[in-house]
Ligand binder design. Structure first.
Ligand code: MG
Length: 388
């Protein structure tokens, strides 16, 4: 197996939505295709993936640094000696040639698109869904079936915000979701409590509602919200403070009895190790949300899961940020705790293909080869243009 070409295109995210920190109006996502000399049905076998959602497209880093390094490498150096197929870890290492350690920012997202496209390629080569390839590569028996899923929404909108929020959560429940997540931190504490109470009223209980501050709060705000929300029994309180402020996470965990969730903005195993050592996260309740699509891909992500387990967490405490097909297959393949979903937003990258069954609070992958991105109508059109 030889790589013959790697293409990247930046695709916009549809929908004008905002959380407490960013507007997604200008956000794009890098869609990457790796072409090989393997021919199937008269066409080259192509692996496709993207750099999750939320960290902008990475065309500059990909085209100026990573893609040339891979195309100029000795082709044999990218292969597994056992299988003769592309080795995602070797491709990743090649993409990171001459990159210093530390400072895991945009390049982690850039590299992830390439690394995950390798997994799509390997699964397509084996003519099986990516969850099966991922499971077997990590010593696990491939098991299909549903995993827990929750609908992430509740973004701030102009107009009748509370009415729109109630209607949105009602729609999520009608669509088969039993748990939802809404944004907090974009209004005053009093206004946000009205949003939370409205959401609990529709969702049924605090157990069915998570809230996400997107790392916006300072110490005083984080503690004030924790105190105000303590009696709701929420599903979790997500990214209350800056994702790298380990000491403040620890202090919050000492006073907030409920579940804390964080990790979507930790892009390396070193960052995760620091959070586990110093952030005071509690293995009996807290949730970690690292996203392989933002953090160098699956090669790095499985090391993060191993670190979690070393620190006493069960792997079901891992619930990746990023509601899309890449993470669905990773969650199923690695036996993790569940998936996020973004019904109706972040298209065409967010969400699942129509044949991924959603119901009773779970989502199941379909059986298309690879991640099945081509089975998602609006994304299939983008992929067709890229590989044409
Ligand atoms: Mg979040």
């Amino acid at each position: 197996m030889r790589i013959t070409e790697i293409r990247e295109v930046a695709g916009p995210l549809a929908g004008a939505i905002s959380n407490a920190v960013v507007s997604f109006d200008q956000h794009k996502v890098s869609l990457v295709a790796i072409f090989t000399d393997v021919v199937r049905d008269g066409r080259p076998l192509v692996g496709v993936a993207f750099n999750s959602i939320g960290r902008h497209s990475q065309g500059g880093i990909l085209r100026e640094r990573m893609i040339p390094r891979i195309l100029e490498a000795d082709p044999d150096s990218l292969l597994s000696p056992e299988t003769g197929l592309l080795d995602p870890a070797r491709v990743l290492a090649c993409a990171l040639t001459d990159e210093k350690p530390g400072g895991h920012g945009d390049r982690a997202a850039a590299a992830s698109a390439i690394e995950l496209a390798c997994w799509d390629l390997l699964a397509k080569y084996g003519d099986e869904p990516a969850y099966a390839t991922i499971a077997r590569a990590h010593g696990r028996e491939p098991v299909s079936g549903g995993v827990p899923v929750y609908a992430a929404g509740g973004y701030y909108r102009d107009g009748d915000d509370l009415g729109l929020l109630r209607a949105e959560i009602g729609d999520f429940l009608d669509a088969g979701y039993s748990a939802v997540k809404i944004k907090i931190g974009g209004k005053t504490l009093a206004e946000d409590m009205l949003r939370i109470e409205a959401a609990i009223d529709v969702a049924g209980s605090g157990r069915h509602l998570a809230v996400d501050a997107n790392g916006r709060f300072d110490r005083a705000q984080a503690l004030a919200y924790a105190e105000a929300m303590a009696s709701y029994g929420l599903r979790w309180y997500e990214e209350p403070v800056d994702p790298l402020d380990y000491a403040l996470h620890r202090d919050l965990g000492e006073m907030y009895p409920g579940v804390l969730a964080t990790g979507e903005n930790l892009f390396s195993r070193q960052d995760v190790e620091n959070m586990l050592r110093f952030g005071g996260l509690r293995p009996d309740r807290d949730i970690l949300q690292m996203d392989a699509g933002l953090s160098y891909g699956l090669t790095e992500y499985v090391k993060m899961i191993a670190l979690m387990e070393e620190h006493g967490f069960d792997r079901t405490a891992a619930m990746p940020h990023g509601g899309h097909l890449l993470n669905l297959h990773i969650v199923v393949g690695l036996g993790l705790g569940g998936c996020e979903a973004y019904p109706g937003v972040f298209q065409p990258f967010g969400g699942y293909s129509p044949d991924c069954a959603i119901g009773e609070g779970t989502v199941s992958p379909a059986e298309h080869p690879g991640f099945g991105l081509e089975a998602k109508d609006n994304l299939a059109a983008e992929i067709s243009r890229l590989v044409a």
